[in-house]
Design a protein around this ligand. Structure first.
Ligand SMILES: C[S@@+](CC[C@H](N)C(=O)[O-])C[C@H]1O[C@@H](n2cnc3c(N)ncnc32)[C@H](O)[C@@H]1O
Length: 268
């Protein structure tokens, strides 16, 4: 068993179990803290389908792939390891709080009195924005980012239908939906996005075989199908994706703008 070094965060009774965000694919996009916890772990359970193998292949820990396990089986490994006083990491893709299915695990931890902590990660949404070299929040274009998905086997509440969200014409990052790209586009246009709204799809953002396709709502579906992209992809939509100068500059670096850290030349 490794000596736990995170003593400030240890329960008086037992070690914490850590949920750790693995990041979107590039093994260097895990946080420093997440990497340390992996290195100190005795037992790691990782989401096999999307977590890069490089993050778990050289660990001293006993490593379990959760891809073939159900919730009870995952929890049983965590609980028995924790009861032995082992350091346990549950490694989730991207950021654990976004479509990470951690809530059902947290409910079991609380029920069984297992102390835990969540360590955030780089989501595939922000990794996709990075790949596209795009700021998702541009002054006077969009100051709002909507993270969402289209309903599939997991339903989406009616009040959050893509069409109703599209009526805001804010920036949208759409997870888990590239396999339904025709329906996605149809919903977005029905909701109010003009067909010439820029759209992009990033497949496997930050992986060595990352691909990105840019277009508009008028042609993105056919471009995606031509490219054969069916999964592990982020759909981004909104005028922030237009590769032109924005209509307004950010106030933060405006020479006339005064804020808590800088005196500007204009009236404050
Ligand atoms: C179950 S969700 C997990 C999301 C994850 N928690 C996150 O924060 O990125 C899986 C979906 O995330 C998106 N995704 C995950 N990794 C991706 C990547 N490297 N590039 C693009 N999209 C990705 C895809 O839409 C995929 O269908």
């Amino acid at each position: 068993m490794h000596a736990p070094s995170d003593t400030t965060q240890m329960s008086s009774k037992k070690n914490l179990v850590y949920f750790v965000g693995a990041g979107p694919g590039d093994p260097e996009l895990i946080t420093v803290k997440g990497k340390r916890l992996l290195d100190e772990a005795d037992v790691v359970i990782y989401t096999g389908s999307l977590v890069p193998k490089a993050l778990v292949s050289s660990l001293q820990a006993t490593v379990h792939n959760s891809a073939g396990l159900n919730l009870d089986e995952v929890f049983s490994i965590i609980k028995s390891s924790w009861e032995k006083g082992l350091n346990v990491v549950r490694l989730h893709t991207g950021d654990p709080s976004i479509y990470g299915a951690i809530n059902e695990q947290i409910a079991l931890f609380r029920e069984h009195g297992i102390p835990f902590k969540v360590v955030p990660g780089v989501s595939s949404a922000t990794a996709s924005a990075a790949a596209l070299e795009t700021e998702l929040t541009l002054p006077e274009v969009s100051q709002t980012v909507i993270f969402t998905r289209r309903g599939g086997r997991t339903p989406v509440p009616e009040k959050e239908s893509l069409a109703s969200l599209a009526s805001h014409r804010a920036t949208m990052m759409i997870f888990l939906s590239v396999g339904m790209i025709d329906d996605v586009v149809q919903d977005l246009v029905a909701g109010g996005y003009p067909e010439d709204t820029p759209a992009a799809v990033v497949e496997k953002a930050s992986w060595p075989d990352e691909r990105q396709i840019r277009g508009t709502l008028a042609n993105i579906a056919s471009l995606i199908k031509e490219a054969g992209i069916t999964k592990t992809a982020m759909i981004s939509v909104g005028d922030v994706l237009a590769q032109s100068a924005p209509p307004a500059l950010s106030k933060l670096y405006d020479s006339e703008f005064t804020h808590g850290y800088r005196q500007g030349s204009g009236q404050s």
